[in-house]
Design a protein around this ligand. Sequence first.
Ligand SMILES: Nc1ncnc2c1ncn2[C@@H]1O[C@H](COP(=O)(O)OP(=O)(O)OP(=O)(O)O)[C@@H](O)[C@H]1O
Length: 246
Amino acid sequence: MSGLLEVSGISVTFDGFRAINNLSFSIGAAELRAVIGPNGAGKTTFMDIVTGKTRPDGGRVLWGERSIDLLKLDEAQIAREGIGRKFQRPTVFEDQTVAENLMMALKAHRSPWRVLFWKPAGADHARVEELAVQVGLGEALARKSGELSHGQKQWLEIGMLLAQEPRLLLVDEPAAGMTLAEREQTTSLLVDLAKTHAVVVVEHDMDFVRRLNCKVTVLHEGSVLAEGSLDHVTANQQVIEVYLGR
Ligand SMILES: Nc1ncnc2c1ncn2[C@@H]1O[C@H](COP(=O)(O)OP(=O)(O)OP(=O)(O)O)[C@@H](O)[C@H]1O
């Protein structure tokens, strides 16, 4: 197996409707990938399958150097294998500071069954600071998360995800609702993360996808319609028809 994640020939049917149709997808251990596609193309369902939320009717999902069969694992086991997902809406604890949110994520990762007795050590405080710096919140550690801008909350949540030390991050529409400056900073963050992680970004905003400057996978009716650079896929006649409507 060459990629970190190898999805081959998966299909999902909901009440007779084929939402994912013989879909194959592969991503390397240090790669940034944008997944685009019109509404209903199957982007969310695809991520649901990778994270174990939805079971496909057929196909294979293999993970890591040992080609672990993810279809045999439940959601919690898949998360522990190193697959982290960031949903579109930030879900940080608003009454807690940035540092407290990050510490909670670290704590949940380090000792899921001994949370009550867990005391942060010096190394944990250092890690929290490191995570905050990594997501651009190094100056905001003591701030209440509720006071952060929408973009900062998204970065905090990415930091909380990183506390779990994932190898693959699935990020759903990170740029939605962000200012231009926040988008630019988010682009840099994702590009930077992809130097050491596999990062899949589902995004509708084409300007944002262009700035990511990475390979793009276009989904349509549950299958891969085109794959390659943004220029390559947007020159594809079928992609044009799907986006402009027939
Ligand atoms: N639980 C479900 N039951 C029935 N149909 C479903 C279910 N989940 C998804 N679908 C259908 O499967 C298709 C793919 O949906 P999905 O949400 O994966 O698309 P998407 O590409 O994420 O769309 P969007 O960009 O609008 O979020 C859609 O037609 C949707 O209505």
